[in-house]
Write a protein that binds this ligand. Sequence first.
Ligand SMILES: Cc1cc2nc3c(=O)[nH]c(=O)nc-3n(C[C@H](O)[C@H](O)[C@H](O)COP(=O)(O)OP(=O)(O)OC[C@H]3O[C@@H](n4cnc5c(N)ncnc54)[C@H](O)[C@@H]3O)c2cc1C
Ligand code: FES
Length: 253
Amino acid sequence: MFNKNSSVEEIINLNGSVYLIKIYSPEIAKQIKPGQFLNVKVSDSLAPLLRRPFSVSNVEGDYLFLMVNLLGEGTKILTSKKKGDPLDILGPLGNGFNLDGDYELAVFAAGGIGEAPFPFVYKTIKGAKEIISFIGGKTAKEVVEYGIENPYISTDDGSLGFKGNVVQLMEQKKELLSSKKIKIFACGPTPMLKAVQGFAAKNNYECEISTESAMACGFGICQGCAIASAHQSEKYLLVCKDGPVFNAKDVVL
Ligand SMILES: Cc1cc2nc3c(=O)[nH]c(=O)nc-3n(C[C@H](O)[C@H](O)[C@H](O)COP(=O)(O)OP(=O)(O)OC[C@H]3O[C@@H](n4cnc5c(N)ncnc54)[C@H](O)[C@@H]3O)c2cc1C
Ligand code: FES
């Protein structure tokens, strides 16, 4: 699970503060599944102390791709790395999306950097299922169209695509979702996931959501990433170990 045989191959700016980081990591690339994540030690020094979790955005041969939004100290160090810099990565971690099943239409709902896991999901099910993608951001600068074909786009300020949020856009395009057996796959900020959860429940769609939480260990030891369970049999679930992807019916957001 610890993988030190990894190094940065290339970093490109996709849009605004979002970067695509290509990483040579043959062992993890062989094992990782869509929706799983890595816990990355961004620096050899003590600061920042904790690893930073990132979804795997894509896999090509021996290479992994991360889609990283430059936010604070950790992502600043990570996106400033150079070709050949070694990376200390822990992974694959968590449970990814369950892409099997008898649904006919996969609906992707991504908010902001929540688009990160979808290129890998898209590549994995393309050809096997029909796919419709919805990508939302606050502004055009937050929308990244990497690795997904022909997405419907929304922005809160109307600077690109539909003016409104991604769930409002899905409501508007509901005729596209009416005649098929649907499964929604969602990733984004918690308020968005909550709205998607409600939309899926209202329409009786299957739905999986990829959740976020502050993390330390990344594999179930520190209990720092608890999320409330929707079932009485257990009070909490751990985002790092039981998730980050959950059936939308299993968690309270
Ligand atoms: C399972 C999982 C998968 C993730 N996948 C990705 C991914 O693919 N790409 C990506 O860019 N990010 C992803 N994240 C979020 C990413 O881990 C954080 O953005 C990153 O740790 C921030 O580190 P930093 O040191 O740059 O910011 P920090 O210095 O730690 O924080 C800077 C500021 O941002 C706030 N902040 C930190 N994390 C978040 C967050 N998750 N959401 C909102 N505000 C936050 C802090 O409170 C602080 O105000 C994922 C998180 C989880 C739990
Ligand atoms: S991050 Fe430590 S238990 Fe989840």
